[in-house]
Design a binder for this molecule. Sequence first.
Ligand code: ADP
Ligand code: MG
Length: 687
Amino acid sequence: MMIMDLKQNIQYLKGIGPQKSKALKKIGIENIYDLLTYYPKRYSDQSELTPISMVNAGTLVNITGRLLNIQEKVSRRGMKITTALLADDSATIQIIWFNQPFIKKTLKIGSNIFIRGKADYAYGGYGHMTINQVASYSVLENNEVECKFLPLYTLPETIKPKFFRQIISTVLTDLQKVPCALPLSIRTRYKLVDKKTALQYIHQPQNKDEITAARRMLIFEELFIMQCGLIYRRKINSQNRRGIRYLANSNLTNKLYQQLPFKLTIDQQNVWREICHDMESPIPMQRLLQGDVGSGKTVIALLALVKTIENGYQGALMAPTEILAKQHFVNFCRTLTKLDIKVGLLTGSLSSKEHEDALGKIATGEWQIIIGTHALIQDKVIFAKLGFVVTDEQHRFGIEQRARLETKASYTPDVLVMTATPIPRTMTLTVYGDLDISSIKHLPPGRKPIRTFLRTKSARDKIYKFVYQQINAGRQAYVVCPLIETSENIAAVSAEAVYEELTHTVFKNISCALLHGKLNTKNKEQIMNDFFTNKIKLLVSTTVIEVGVNVPNASIMVIEGADRFGLAQLHQLRGRIGRGPYNSYCILLSDNKSDKSKQRLTLMEKVNDGFKLAEADLQLRGPGQFFGTMQHGLPDLKIADVLNDTDILLNARNEAEQWCHTQNNIAAIIETIKLQYKNNFFKIFDT
Ligand code: ADP
Ligand code: MG
């Protein structure tokens, strides 16, 4: 038996040459460890097999059979259709693939094939039984037909399943021991098998129990590793870096407090207390503040920034868009000049002279509070004495960007991350596992709930008449569209087309404007200003107005092509209205007839609470897309699913916390993290 190194390149394994190794690299397999942790998608379970004679229309079935015949033809519309005839002892059945011409080359007549797919009658219900939606298929070698749980992998065309299974089998036999990130004590406590056994079970199971046992161990280990990584990062932040200990004195904050036109809600007061506590401790603050749109997060940021100034440090606030940065700037100036605090703005659209000037004022400390966009994290920006960093609407920034702003000081500044996308608990443990969390759960008093309606395009004329009446009554309105300009490839409404149409019909005599991301900043600002000062009554726009924009007189919003937006995004959008004392209406227009789309949009009508919506959205769309829109910056998990494996996640979290707490040296775990995720875990992880 030879001793294998897990990091050894697979290219040197028997049977894998440069070509195969290239194909494997495409699916992320470079070394032995990658190979072993490339887990089966599912198993062909003979006990779940349906005899072909028993296949029913409309059901998802697993069948195996001998391939009698395979043909390809091209339909009149140019679609490539592959049909195969499969037989077992009980009957024959036709299998159909659409536009997958390589299938004919992969499947040989006479071989045994496993198919998982949905059955239906051919010719729209009148013909013979077929499987016309194939979910997966696999060629079974003769000796494998008897194997009860055959692992099925997602593989490139050039890698034959049998070959892949053989390689794994060779490696598993030759391998003596696989290091496990889970300490023995934890494995014992949770009755988890060792890693080598788990890998054997997952790739070569003899029964269902082995698969279950393997999955439990591997999921636990994966989540444990991830949690250790997050805890480790946090630990580095709090130990190796010096934090600031702010004093509890509060002359300035008290002054600000008294100037506010409202009293903080109980939730806001609690959050403010938590933040003060963090700021006054020497450990750098890493806190996420979540609160629905309009819940009043800005004032909290303002208080914290003022406390920063009072202690002689600079504060920065990073917003995701120029519009939002500008808006914060204007608001802050209004309040802060009375307190004699100098506020500056740094965005990408400053002239080079203004930019130079801004950099100077930041570097000398003349500007005490700096508000900006991504421009804040450029290398050229050097702060005199940065003590506090706020990122607004965090979901727009990746973890990396957040970290870059934090590293702009020689000691660690306190960090407050604000988000209006309520993040379900399982997510906060994973994506935001390195942050403490504060929540504003209730909106300030006196808000009128926004009434949301889902309508089809047939109601469009009526709706715009209603908008017209509202404008005549003194209100302002938003019309939001999914695209800027009409596109040949995407069948969705564009802001340009809607603007053209509306300004020539119903709103002929009303001042309207078109706002989208392609306009230059000056134009955008002018339009937003005019909208804010009520010169513009109707704003047709793309999602550039999604975050933060605050115009209390705007009380109505029409969202065209609403099915093209995510629920969280729709909720953000509608958060632009309902900010004043008026009845507010959000009208979602959609002609999408699919059940899923209707189901999602109906939720918008019923649910006004962003947190509940996010949970529902997560359930409906799955974590992939949900995460996708959040640009979380975390690697994909190989086997765990944070939505379904919540129980394990919570246990892994607790164990990781204790483990990292009592063990000074988590070097072994860091090794595994690197093995598991290469250098993608956090790019900033190694720095
Ligand atoms: P978001 O959390 O979405 O950033 P904002 O901070 O923009 O919300 O607050 C929305 C509006 O609510 C602002 O006009 C703000 O002045 C107002 N507001 C904030 N806190 C309170 C409060 N305690 N009572 C009344 N109004 C408040
Ligand atoms: Mg805000």
